[in-house]
Ligand binder design. Sequence first.
Ligand SMILES: Nc1ncnc2c1ncn2[C@@H]1O[C@H](COP(=O)(O)OP(=O)(O)OP(=O)(O)O)[C@@H](O)[C@H]1O
Ligand SMILES: [Mg+2]
Length: 349
Amino acid sequence: MSQVRIQNLNISFGAHTVIPKLDLEVQAGEFLVLLGPSGCGKSTLLHSIAGLIAITGGSIHIDGQDMSHAQPSERGLGMVFQSYALYPHMSVRDNLAFPLRMAGQSKAEMDSRIAKAAAMLQLEPLLDRRPAQLSGGQRQRVAIGRAVVREADLLLLDEPLSNLDAKLRTELRRELKQLHARLGNTMIYVTHDQVEAMTLATRIVVMHQGEILQIGSPAEVYERPRSLRVASFVGSPTINQFQGDLHQGQFNAGPLQLGGPKGVTESGQISLAVRPEDVLIGADQPFSAKVDLVEPLGNQHLLWMSAGEISLCAVLPGQATLAAGDAVRFGFDPQRLHWFDSQGQRIGN
Ligand SMILES: Nc1ncnc2c1ncn2[C@@H]1O[C@H](COP(=O)(O)OP(=O)(O)OP(=O)(O)O)[C@@H](O)[C@H]1O
Ligand SMILES: [Mg+2]
């Protein structure tokens, strides 16, 4: 049975429609990640599942029960907000204990769950402080802890790691994944972070202006984006895009000339997209370019290049041997070309 079933969902604030019509099924035990640009409606969707905003159309079922208009407390889920609200007059320990006390847990069970959450979130030294005595990142960890201690079947998380430094963020990312494996609960998770989405999700939902553009495993969304918009939203650095003409099976975009998408016979404007890691550099490659900028990343480096009116980025292993101003030859991995029609929809293969 699906844990959450959303049908025909509409959310409007007065005349302003944020979600026109959305359908989504979340299976029990999934780690579903909502990904999309700022303002596309991710938080709105999450808040509607939690019952924090009224829906203006459609239905939301949780565990087979119609919860479309139920109170938040009736929905039996945990939530970590984008703007984490803690009880200011309570210590960290009491903030963590609060949902357990409400649920009538025994003292021993409360202590054990708080100890586990505090260890995972590195909150042990902070348990007796109040929220005002914590940094932003520490408060965010308490907010995660408060949702996690309940061990709810359904946990909604809205950018829960956004205020943490890079190191803690990657640590907590692993902890969340392990927590999910241990609890086997359902997580719906909003993030802007590509790596978080790819590493945590069992499925990614790519949203744009209140609509779902694609749902799939991280590999599907990355390897077979259904549209140019999805292709350019998922992956960092952004996928390279070349607009050009398809004529008699041959694709032309300025200095680029190569065989077009298989099975497409009609001529016209199409786009080629190539991920930076699929750009090949070497003396035997077909096209020439000039290096504009090199960005070292430690274990790899980015090469920003231009050739006539096109520009592109390649990601290469190790340290850079090229520098700005150098001439290079480049090509593409022929197995990894993405083609899109003039409407931006995937074509070929
Ligand atoms: N109470 C409200 N009244 C009117 N408009 C709202 C309200 N809440 C949200 N919106 C609008 O709905 C749209 C979606 O907002 P939402 O917070 O869901 O975006 P988001 O995808 O979470 O963005 P971000 O990544 O920046 O957090 C925005 O255009 C926002 O201005
Ligand atoms: Mg948001």
